[in-house]
Design a protein around this ligand. Sequence first.
Ligand SMILES: [Fe+2]
Ligand SMILES: [Fe+2]
Length: 316
Amino acid sequence: MTKDLTQLEILTELEPVAEQNLNRHLSMAKEWHPHDYVPWDQGRNFAALGGVDWAPEQSKLSEVAKVAMITNLLTEDNLPSYHREIAENFSQDGAWGTWVGRWTAEENRHGIVMRDYLVVTRGVDPVALEQARMVHMTNGVHSPEDWGGFLENVAYVTFQELATRVSHRNTGKVCDDPIADRMLQRIAADENLHMIFYRTLCGAGLDLVPDQAMVAITKVLTNFVMPGAGMPNFRRNGVLMAKHGIYDLRQHLEEVVQPVLKKWNIFDRNDFGARGERARDELGAFVAKLERDAARFEEQRDRLLAREAARELASV
Ligand SMILES: [Fe+2]
Ligand SMILES: [Fe+2]
């Protein structure tokens, strides 16, 4: 029977790992500049400065690409909320504090470059985008009340960073613009490095306090919602993005959940006590259900897409 460690004890124990991985991150991260990714020559003034305001026909993006871009950008915009969660649950001292600051600064680039791109290319309605940002940021994000602290938060961001990586990459593909694709690939590469930091720290947490960490991971995965939850039209937009393979259950399972669980060796570990075993069993059942749900969703989607294709054919 292992004794539970307090939040402070866990952070203190893991500080050397945080420092080592902060240094690894700094050596791997590439400096890049948002302005290099935006086609400024496509820009022109809006009416307030004597130009023309946005109109739908100016956008070259498909409906799906617009929705995916807006969802991803609003998620990046909510950085102050994510910063608050991380800053409150990680320490402000030493390597932890440096990481929180550095991560926040890197994330801020994502919102900067995506907004510049969308406004300059007139990809989406800038007024509607601004209104949605106001609503979404005013609401903020809040982690569930029973999330204890560091372990839940580090598990959550591990999956979230990987999920946003998948979502950005697939959004780049549907934009049908090599400039957008390049920009979103650049962002996705950042998200991957962030994921590696959090995954390593959560893995170290598992080694340090296996039962406590396992309980936290199960809690987080069985309650996982994409970061866009709470934004205007999130459900409708989430369905549209799933339908077009930007982020769906199969990707969540096979590209996000399973690779991380495998890296942590969850199902082959033998260092759990009764509590950890129970949490692992619960997670195993949850993953099996996710598999069934993903298969059912794909069948429905295939039928829906076939019906739509038949209708289009009939109308030609
Ligand atoms: Fe980001
Ligand atoms: Fe990130």
